[in-house]
Ligand binder design. Structure first.
Ligand code: NAX
Ligand code: ADP
Ligand code: K
Length: 500
């Protein structure tokens, strides 16, 4: 698993600092100086035409980075105004940085925006532990409302590195420069939006510190799961490549199942079947070519089709409706022996709103693996006890409570495994906010799972492919486009030139 995709919580980052310092490779003030140097080279490269920099320093190490920045800029003859909020603890690295700084600081309460100056926000970073006080809040507001460039050190002051939440108020940066690894707060909204462009600087912390830290959070990119991505083998036939199935809604809501089925087929399932109620067979038949069709109205019908050709994956929920036996279908699939994966989306999630515990018990007792793909509304129906917690915590806790892989959908989709691993998706885009795109996603995940890709990895891959397809297409996207956009992405992932 790629080390470069690791996300560190603020406390894990502090541990990385401690391990680096105790290894003797570099001391704390040395790290701070390197952080300051990196920031200064970015400032000079990106803002060569500004008249000067206003450096705002807090009392901790984030402020320490700011004092180093101020010193280096002054030494280069750049105009600097320095503002301090609180003073560093005696004996701290930040105090050393103050002592080495050739200019004195005014109080932050004296600050007002000066046209032509860019702001270096070094008030709080990873150590933010409570809402901003009024003095910092006022400055954050003034900077947000002014036409001024803001460069935040580590994190925009006010944004929690742990989860991207705003504590009281926050700066909105144009550029955020963080160190060693991204933190969840750089990817989770509203933090992501407030960071502006984010860059990660190497300040000499070695990758070897990650061993003892054993991180459990990653950014969702191909190196996380490419090694498990299904590759075609010469002696495969269509069913051994993987058989994915999708339950259709009634005659007036069959589109969702077809979108999911096409997603599964394009993701590489060798065979895909739609299980349709008799009332919708004619509608589905008129629209399907490579996708197969079978009649399923009752649990007995379901038992029969499963006995005839055991599927490797099921998608239940999109367009299904709540008046038909959706809970019975879910429980029957879970209770029946056999491996394979059940992807539950939309109505399949809502259907258990009055008895979520029954679903979780069935999932935990089942030989099958389950993926739940709720958006926020569906999530709160199934996990009302988790309302009020932050998204990252909710997704992780929901995976543990339910025993399922959870895809908490949104602009910053979170993929949580019951074993504690979490990936945060970062290639999403607003073009995906279009009816039916979630149906395609459920199908793509099922298509990859049907090919026996490990489930959390398959789910991460499905979320990434789905978002990447939308990003490459851009404006005008509708859900119908998504399955057809997958082949070039698959070719890149599989490096087909080398396979053939
Ligand atoms: N050696 C190191 O540990 C390194 C740390 N670095 C910098 O150090 C920062 C973390 O430093 P710290 O842990 O000192 O934390 P901060 O500088 O972010 O915060 C300082 C202290 O302020 C207090 N505080 C937090 N929120 C507050 C609020 N809303 N109102 C009033 N007081 C509040 C807390 O007691 C906290 O410990 C990183 O963001 C990064 O910029 C870098 O210099 C790289 C090396
Ligand atoms: N603003 C956004 N930015 C990025 N992705 C988004 C945004 N809004 C929605 N999405 C994604 O689009 C999909 C919508 O799924 P869902 O809400 O189930 O829609 P539907 O039920 O219409 O299929 C999810 O994958 C979600 O993460
Ligand atoms: K900051």
């Amino acid at each position: 698993m790629s080390n470069s995709l690791v996300l560190l919580t603020p406390s894990q980052m502090a541990e990385a600092d401690r391990l680096t310092i105790s290894s003797g490779a570099v001391d704390g003030y040395g790290l701070m100086k390197r952080a300051g140097q990196t920031i200064v080279s970015e400032l000079l490269r990106r803002y060569p035409h500004c008249n000067g920099f206003d450096v705002l320093c807090g009392p901790g190490n984030n402020g320490g980075d700011g004092y180093v920045v101020a010193r280096l800029l002054v030494e280069m003859g750049v105009m600097v105004r320095l503002f301090a909020h609180g003073s560093p603890r005696p004996g701290s690295d930040a105090e050393k940085a103050v002592q080495d700084c050739p200019i004195g600081a005014q109080s932050l309460s004296q600050f007002s925006v000066l046209q032509g100056h860019a702001i270096v926000d070094a008030i709080y970073g990873a150590g933010l532990s409570r809402p901003l006080d009024d003095a910092v809040s006022r400055v954050a507001k003034e900077c947000r409302n002014a036409d001024v460039a803001v460069i935040s050190v580590d994190l925009p002051t006010g944004v929690s590195g742990a989860d991207g939440q705003v504590l009281g108020d926050a700066f909105a940066a144009d550029l955020t420069i963080t160190f060693f690894r991204l933190k969840p707060g750089h990817l989770l909204e509203p933090g992501r939006e407030l960071c502006g462009e984010t860059i990660v600087a190497n300040i000499g912390i070695p990758d070897s510190v990650l061993g003892p830290i054993a991180p459990r959070n990653w950014i969702n990119q191909p190196p996380l799961w490419r090694g498990d991505f299904p590759k075609p083998r010469r002696n495969q036939h269509k069913y051994s490549r993987g058989h994915a199935t999708v339950f259709s809604g009634g005659a007036f809501s069959t589109g969702a199942a077809r979108l999911a089925a096409l997603g599964a087929a394009r993701a590489g399932a060798g065979a895909t079947t739609i299980y349709s109620p008799a009332s919708a067979i004619a509608v589905n038949a008129a629209q399907l070519t490579s996708i197969m069709l079978a009649k399923v109205d009752t649990v007995d019908d379901l038992e029969e089709v499963i006995s005839a050709r055991a599927p490797d994956a099921f998608v239940l929920g999109p367009g299904f409706g709540l008046r038909r036996p959706i809970r019975e279908f879910a429980i029957s699939i879970l209770q029946r022996g056999g491996g394979g994966t059940l992807v539950m989306d939309a109505d399949a999630i809502t259907a258990f709103r009055d008895e979520p515990a029954a679903l979780f018990t069935a999932i935990k007792g089942s030989e099958r693996a389950v993926v739940l793909t709720p958006h926020e509304g569906e999530f709160s129906r199934l996990f009302p006890d988790l309302i009020g917690k932050v998204r990252l915590e909710r997704a992780g806790e929901a995976a543990r409570v339910s025993g399922a892989v959870i895809v908490l959908k949104g602009p910053d989709t979170i993929i949580a495994s019951p074993d504690g691993r979490i990936a945060i998706n970062a290639n999403g885009n607003p073009w995906l906010a279009t009816a039916g795109s979630g149906d395609v996603l459920a199908g793509v995940i099922a298509g990859l799972a049907a090919q026996k890709m490990p489930l959390w990895e398959a789910t991460c891959a499905g979320v990434w492919l789905h978002a990447e397809a939308a990003t490459r297409f851009g404006p005008g996207l509708i859900a119908d486009d998504l399955p057809g956009l997958l082949p070039p992405l698959l070719a890149e992932l599989l490096e087909v030139d080398q396979l053939l």
